[in-house]
Design a protein around this ligand. Sequence first.
Ligand code: AP5
Ligand code: MG
Length: 212
Amino acid sequence: MKILLMGAPGSGKGAQGSLIVDKHNIIRISTGDMLRQQIKIGSDIGMLAKKYMGRGELVPDDLIIQLLSERLLQQDASKGFILDGFPRTQSQAVMMTDQDIIPDLILVLDAPDEVIIQRICGRLTHMASGRVYHEQFSPPKVAGIDDLTGEPLIRREDDKFDTVSQRLDTYRRHTYPVVQYYQSIMPEKVVIIDADQPPERVFAAVEPHLHL
Ligand code: AP5
Ligand code: MG
């Protein structure tokens, strides 16, 4: 199954993606996680992407499309995947269609801005896996430490109030129109999920749509 996980920053794409992966035999590909990995290793792509991400803007389409196309060619993506954070622009959606990647399900997580800001400002991330925690809503067992690996958790550089406002604006201008595009061409595949409820309740709303 090919699943697109869409929604504003902080709506819970990473959290729900992890829950789906934990329960079902499917991989999650997050373009945000891939970019942070490129920044970590200091690649040219990473250095370029860092400037845009730090400003809460989208990384240029050609760079993202190159990165993702290579990833989708890997063997583990042949049977299906969850795409977290892609496509985010009309050009990225067109690239998918051009490469015959037709989604089976488009999950759109919906939460109000004030909830999003609260979530992002308390988020802790395990960089290697993309696992997310929240200081208040889903704290790790030991403060500052990933439950599974014992490695330290970090605060993402773009998790600042000003950058979050910019990311929300970018979502509205560039990515929400992609949701509307899918609603117009394949409405039966688009499911809007109320993401303003505890993670397990959101997951319960997601599950009936998964045919894995
Ligand atoms: P990306 O990493 O994708 O960030 P984002 O879309 O801004 O989304 P987030 O990861 O911030 O939020 P999320 O929805 O995953 O929420 P999470 O589950 O962590 O992209 C970062 C940047 O990379 C972009 O700004 C852009 O520059 C670039 N980029 C990436 N892809 C690109 C593309 N395709 N094209 C161009 N540029 C691209 O949850 C947030 C917090 O809330 C956590 O603490 C979590 O524990 C908590 N939480 C989650 N769900 C709940 C719940 N139900 N109740 C209570 N707390 C919850
Ligand atoms: Mg995420």
